[in-house]
Each structure stands twice: as C-alpha cells, then as structure tokens.
Design a protein around this ligand. Structure first.
Ligand SMILES: Cc1cc2nc3c(=O)[nH]c(=O)nc-3n(C[C@H](O)[C@H](O)[C@H](O)COP(=O)(O)OP(=O)(O)OC[C@H]3O[C@@H](n4cnc5c(N)ncnc54)[C@H](O)[C@@H]3O)c2cc1C
Length: 407
C-alpha cells in the first residue's frame, strides 16, 4: 500500500468503513467523494445487527461500542384476533440482535475517519475510467483525477459498477417496504402491549410488518421503528421495475391509501394505532430490489456494500455486509504482496458472500411476503417448522459469518 492513492466513491456506511480500512492498511492518500452536499445523519431510520456479526465486527475494529444501540431478544409473530388489542402471537422466535439508528451509526463511522482522510461533499462521480494500474474518476464539473485503487461504495446505482458491469442492475422484487419511525412517547396504550425487547412482527396474507425500538435521533431517547412489506397496487408496480425511475422518498396518495387499507383490514387495533400515530414526515417507501455482482473486484476497482450486492432487508444484513466488506478489504490490503493481489483476494472472499446474502433475502421475501403461509392457523410448532423449512433455518439470517462462505 505504500505510496498508494485510494479513492472511495460514496460516503455512506460502506464508504466511511472502507476509507477507514484503506487508511489503516497504510494507503498514502485516501479521499472519499460523496455526491450529497449535506450530512447524511438525519436521513436514515433503523437497522438491526445480529449479535454474532456484531462480535466479529467489533473484534475487527469496524463497529465499536460507542454507537448507541438497543437490545432485542424475541420475535413474536402476531395475527389479528378479533378485538384483542395487540392481537395474538402464533409463535415466538429468538431475535438476538442489536438495533441502531442509521444516522448515529453513520455519524460514528464518519467521525472515526482519521483527519488525513479527505471527505469531499457535493462531489458526484460521473464516470469511472479503468486503466491497467489504476482508474480515473470524472466528476460532474468535468475534472478528472487518477487513483491507484478505486472503491465503489456508491450504493445500488453504482457508477463504479457501471464501469465494468453495466448490465448488472437491480431487479425489482415486486413489492415495497414502508419504513416509519415515531418517538416512543407517541405510542398508544396499553403500555404492556409491546414488551421492550420484542421485534414484534404483525403478519397478514401477502406481507408483514416488523417493529422494534431503536435509539432516537442523535442517539438520544428511543424511537419505534417499523418496516412494512407488501405489494403495491397493480398500477404502481410497472414504474418500479426500472430503479432509475423511482422518485426517492415520494409517497403518492394512492400508495398511502393502499397502505392504510391493508393496515385497517389486517392489523390488531394496537398496531393500527402505532402506524396511524407515525407522522407522515417519518415515513418513506423503499422498493425492494435484488442485485449481486459476479465480481467484487476487477483490475483496480473494488465494490463494497450495496454497490456490489443489494439483499432484501429481511436478511438483516445491509449494514453488516458493508462493514464486513471493509474488514476484509483492510485485511487483504495489509496481507497481499501488491494491490492486484489484494483485489483478487478481496474478490475471491466477498463475491460468494454477496451472492449468498442475496439468496437469503430472496428466500425470506418469498416466505414472508410473496408466498405467505396461513398465519392464523399456525402455532409455535408450525412457526418453528416453517422458519426452518421455508424461511431461514440457519441459512444466514442476520448476515453470514465474516469468514465465509468461500468458493
Ligand atoms: C441517507 C441514507 C439513509 C439510509 N437509511 C437506512 C436505514 O434507515 N436503514 C437501513 O437499513 N438502511 C438504510 N440505508 C441503506 C444502507 O445504508 C445500505 O443498505 C447499507 O448500509 C449499505 O450502505 P452503502 O454505503 O453501501 O450504500 P448507501 O447507503 O446507499 O450509500 C451510497 C452513497 O453513495 C453516494 N453516491 C451514489 N452515487 C454517487 C456518485 N456517483 N458519486 C458520489 N457519491 C455517490 C450516495 O449519495 C450515498 O451516500 C440508507 C442509505 C442512505 C444513503
């Protein structure tokens, strides 16, 4: 790494983490280019990290104890049951996760970058021009800059990926996630309807909503974070097939009405009220996509986070995967004899993991949204059997171990 100049395109979770990795591995110069002009801290909501994945990331120095988090332990699966306020749990599964506020996580990663790492805001990379011993970045203002290694941490519509894999694009999964947050002070009663450490999952034909507590904005207080998955009305679907046409954060009246109708029809009264009390400003819609690149590294380009693989959020692995990419990148940059060997080692290790995580997301999406069982007819035994046969069953829910799988 001595003398190496490294550019990181994208300054979100994967971008901050891989910039730290390159700096720690000894790169001479590391510069992050982030398209957004402002800070990202106020835009995210909740995410969850499996305890085992946290332990590995903490040991690798890529997720510290300083990021505020909340403890989750159980996942009850809840159906509407007449007028029972909080419905009826048909079964309960273990849920050994830590929950985070996306903004706090990003802020800690950003603050953890050494001063020597440049972080340029409002810098949109327009094109990436790969060469034999490096790559050039062309910016929106026409400027071009050359680097020895370029990390594509620029999310699901990655410009770095497009340089070598233009045909690999996200594929719409056929349904949406609604995300919402509200301060716990706004939750309805009764207070014991939702135990503190529960990731409650309200299930219905064709979808579900998972709800868990997260640290509030800025890490202070506590918020309730929900993610609700179901297919949109048929008239909306076609526009979502091409990710470039998705108006980010736009929630149309038609979608709002559809969401409200599903909630009213299938949700127990307490959970209906949780959704109704969520301020409209605290909700947004995320179309669900699948994407896995065949190669995480080619020449002097490497991909990290969502630029390389987008797994459905059910897999509980978006941030974990990005942080793992950084941990592995740091190791190969330290250990490999040169940059080319480092890229090859990174590619060999991360490409199979990316594909495996995307497969887990598809499996969980099918089981929990696209081909849901007759939830109301289930009991604990049936939930256990369904989870191990049709849903996860140890296939990588919460992300795969940092060390595998490999080819
Ligand atoms: C503002 C924001 C809020 C989010 N909130 C949540 C959340 O609450 N819960 C959750 O589970 N996931 C959230 N995500 C997604 C989550 O961060 C990712 O799924 C995962 O953590 C991997 O992150 P990533 O860094 O690979 O990709 P992303 O987080 O998508 O980041 C990609 C970054 O690259 C930048 N970028 C894109 N193109 C260019 C370009 N051409 N030039 C320069 N920069 C570029 C983008 O502005 C963005 O900051 C959020 C993402 C963002 C950007």
């Amino acid at each position: 790494m001595r003398g190496a100049r490294v550019a990181v395109v994208g300054g979100s979770i994967a971008g901050c983490a891989t910039a730290l990795a390159a700096a720690r591995a000894g790169a001479d110069e590391v510069v992050v280019y982030e398209r957004a002009a402002g800070g990202l801290q106020d835009r995210g909501v909740g995410l969850a990290v499996h305890d085992d994945r946290y332990a590995e990331l903490a040991a690798a120095g890529h997720l510290g104890p300083d990021v505020p988090w909340r403890r989750l332990t159980r996942r009850p699966w809840i159906v509407r049951d007449g007028d029972a306020p909080a419905g009826r749990a048909v079964g309960v599964l273990p849920f050994p996760f830590r929950s985070y506020n996306w903004g706090s996580l990003w802020r800690e990663l950003r603050a953890g970058l050494p001063d020597a790492v440049g972080y340029v805001r409002g810098a949109a990379v327009e094109r990436v021009l790969p060469g034999p011993d490096g790559a050039a970045l062309r910016f929106a203002d026409g400027r071009t800059e050359r680097f020895d290694l370029v990390v594509g941490a620029d999310g699901y519509r990655s410009a770095v990926r497009a340089a070598t894999r233009a045909a690999t694009v996200p594929v719409y999964a056929g349904y949406l996630a609604w995300r919402g947050t509200l301060p716990v002070e706004l939750l309805p009663g009764p207070r014991d309807a939702w135990p503190e450490h529960d990731a409650a999952t309200v299930v219905f034909p064709g979808g579900h909503m998972i709800v868990y507590r997260i640290p509030g904005p800025g890490g202070r207080g506590t918020s309730a974070n929900w993610v609700f998955y179901t297919a949109p009305p048929a008239s909306v679907g076609p526009a979502l097939r091409d990710p470039t046409s998705v108006p980010a954060g736009t929630v149309t009246e038609e979608l709002v009405a559809h969401h409200a109708a599903v909630v009213e029809r299938y949700f127990p009264p307490y959970w209906q009220e949780v959704v109704r009390r969520t301020p409209r400003s605290g909700t947004y819609v995320q179309p669900i996509y699948d994407l896995a690149v065949p190669h995480y590294g080619e020449g002097r380009l490497v991909l990290a986070g969502d630029a390389a693989a987008v797994a459905r959020p059910h897999s509980g692995s978006g941030a974990v995967k990005a942080l793992q990419d950084a941990a592995v990148l740091e190791r190969v940059l330290r250990e490999a004899p040169d940059l080319d060997a480092a890229v090859r080692a990174y590619d060999a290790e991360r490409s199979p993991t990316g594909r495996a995580v995307v497969d887990v997301g598809r499996l969980l999406g099918r089981a929990q949204v696209q081909a849901t069982p007759d939830w109301a007819a289930m009991d604990q035994e049936a939930v256990d059997a369904w989870w191990s046969a049709a849903a996860d069953g140890g296939r990588g829910f919460g992300g795969h171990a940092l060390t595998g799988p490999r080819e």
